[in-house]
Write a protein that binds this ligand. Structure first.
Ligand code: URA
Length: 253
């Protein structure tokens, strides 16, 4: 309530008190206020106060934090994957990362360790990051799903629907300048498209207003090393966007 509103409320309370006194036979005070009426008015309350508005989505986001998201994920039971997971895999890295990598879902190694991209594909991702002149600790690495689908099957739409809001909150907190989605599933899931990864890669798209570069998944590169050249092109576009120096030819992954 504003200061003026408060004052009005106090005055009507005092008026009601006067009426009560009159009803109880105190006619002699008719028209008069109680002797302490001035003390009973809180001067601070009379000062106009800024109108309070309900918390905006931005204000709510400011109350969010990466550790809060991690702890919510650790207790998440929004989909059946909670029954088969060993550990949740929320994501790791620099909370102020300029670059975020997003894969599909944890595999067996990640499910055991609670960290994304730690298996063979993860080791290749670490080398890709190094080729960009960065370390794993400089970037943020996450997945669309925070729990492993049994037998590494493709995430179901219902699982994505429940889990993607965690990723969006992480992006809101980290505010990366660029997201690099790894593989067909992560890229088409985030971009809500059926276009193939070969057509999506090589150009920037937008994911909730953040530039997103889709590229091949490191596990695809393990099976098809010839595609490393395409990934390196994609990563160089990311580096240019971030103003990072492109290393000499012999240093590429
Ligand atoms: N593949 C992914 O998409 N994510 C991981 O964390 C590991 C493998």
């Amino acid at each position: 309530m504003s200061g003026v509103g408060n004052l009005g409320a106090k005055l009507s309370a005092l008026r009601m008190e006067l009426e009560t006194l009159k009803i109880h036979g105190h006619e002699h005070i008719d028209g008069a206020l109680p002797p302490d009426w001035l003390d009973r008015l809180d001067v601070e309350e009379m000062k106009p106060k800024p109108e309070t508005t309900p918390a905006s989505p931005k204000a709510k986001a400011q109350n969010d934090s990466l550790s809060k998201i991690v702890s919510e994920i650790s207790e998440c039971r929004l989909c059946p994957l909670c029954r088969t997971r060993t550990k949740t895999v929320p994501g790791v890295g620099n909370p102020r990362a300029r670059l975020m990598f997003v894969g599909e879902a944890p595999g067996a190694d990640e499910d055991k360790q609670g960290e994304p991209f730690v298996g063979k594909a993860g080791q290749l991702l670490t080398r890709m990051i190094a080729a960009m002149g960065l370390k794993r600790e400089d970037v943020f690495i996450a997945n669309v799903l925070k729990c492993r689908p049994p037998d590494n099957r493709t995430p179901l739409p219902a699982e994505v629907e429940k889990c993607e809001p965690y990723l969006l909150r992480q992006i809101d907190m980290i505010r990366p300048e660029v997201i690099c989605s790894l593989g067909a599933v992560a890229s088409s899931t985030l971009l809500k498209t059926e276009t193939s990864i070969s057509k999506l890669r090589g150009k920037f798209h937008s994911y909730h207003d953040t530039p997103l570069m889709p590229t091949f998944h490191p596990s695809y590169l393990l099976r098809n090393p010839a595609a490393k050249k395409d990934v390196w092109e994609d990563l160089q576009m990311v580096m240019k966007r971030l103003g990072l120096a492109i290393p000499a030819e012999k240093e590429k992954p």
